[in-house]
Write a protein that binds this ligand. Structure first.
Ligand SMILES: [Zn+2]
Ligand SMILES: [Zn+2]
Ligand SMILES: [Zn+2]
Length: 317
């Protein structure tokens, strides 16, 4: 069977799993749909592989070989095929575009639902289906240059379109409910809008309150778990800044979030200069030497680490 047919079958079976009333099929739904997307990508790499290269572009191992005319050809070797990172590298090099952030979200959800979430339900998988729909639709149309509806078949196409529409509408309702609250900083609003339920992974978090965010309660539409602001805001903000924190750690640069020097259990958003829990702001410019105080040295005092150290020395003498 061709890779393309495998891809389409995998997506179709994943959608049948999703539609099933049997909760045990939820995990296989996420596995099949993700596998189907990767197979679509591999199909493209296969198509682009030179004739006689033994599908070099989908093989992890590719070695040069001299043919009868003396020319060097790159030939695929072994059974191991490309993984997500290999596909990403090759696509980038071949100018094939995919929304990798979205794909990463699908992959993370698929992984979390197998190892981490304690509640499984069809509603919490909606975002994965909706994300998958956008990737599959764009890839088939833009990169395979086919009509997604006819390639996937009318019935499966309709499931994808419907879930995507329902999810987009529900997500919009949740987002607007969060916008009604007052936050110490808008970044906190964006972090909560990007937050996923701890219990089931759904992105459908809403509130019925409309005053101060710190006094509000939030509810997951998919599993109905309720949480108070304080219970989710730190995680939400840390997740929201996770990429920035990673690159600050890897390449150097300011940590985006540190522990609050005033209340100690809140996340302090350095760029915004505010703690998400107590709302306090620290001094970012040392009053003694005028330098910018780096995130690690933010304190309830108004001097930098160096000046505070010097001051302690003077006092001790
Ligand atoms: Zn939930
Ligand atoms: Zn604080
Ligand atoms: Zn100083």
């Amino acid at each position: 069977m061709s890779i393309l047919q495998n891809a389409l079958d995998s997506i179709a079976i994943g959608l049948e799993d999703f539609e099933s009333a049997d909760e045990r099929r939820i995990i296989s739904s996420t596995r099949n749909i993700f596998a189907g997307i990767l197979l679509l990508f591999k199909h493209k790499l296969c198509e682009l592989s030179p004739v006689g290269s033994d599908e070099a572009l989908i093989k992890q191992r590719v070695l040069p070989e001299i043919d009868a005319t003396g020319a060097v050809n790159w030939i695929g070797r072994g059974k191991k095929t490309v993984d997500v990172q290999n596909i990403k590298d090759r696509f980038e090099s071949l100018n094939i575009s995919v929304d990798w952030k979205r794909l990463e979200r699908i992959n993370k959800y698929r992984n979390d639902i197998e190892h981490y979430y304690s509640t499984l339900n069809n509603e919490s998988v909606q975002q994965l289906i909706s994300d998958s729909f956008l990737i599959i639709r764009d890839f088939i149309a833009d990169e395979l240059e086919e009509e997604p509806k006819s390639l996937l078949g009318e019935d499966y196409w309709k499931i994808l379109v419907d879930v995507n529409e329902v999810y987009a509408k529900e997500k919009q309702e949740c987002d607007s409910s969060l916008e009604k609250l007052d936050y110490f900083s808008n970044e906190i609003l964006y972090a909560l809008q990007a937050y996923r339920c701890d219990e089931c992974g759904s992105g459908l978090i809403e509130t019925e309150d409309s005053d101060k965010a710190i006094e509000a309660s939030f509810k997951c539409r998919a599993c109905e778990r309720e949480s108070h602001y304080e219970e989710i805001v730190n995680d939400a903000v840390k997740q929201f800044y996770a990429d920035d924190a990673f690159s600050a750690h890897k390449d150097g640069g300011d940590k985006p979030v540190v522990d609050c020097p005033f209340c100690f259990d809140g996340a302090y958003i350095f760029l915004e200069g505010v703690c998400v829990s107590c709302g306090d702001s620290a001094t970012h410019e040392c009053v003694r030497c005028g330098c910018n105080i780096p995130p690690e040295e933010i304190s309830d005092d108004n001097v930098c680490g160096y000046c505070s150290h010097m001051w302690a020395k003077v006092m001790a003498e």
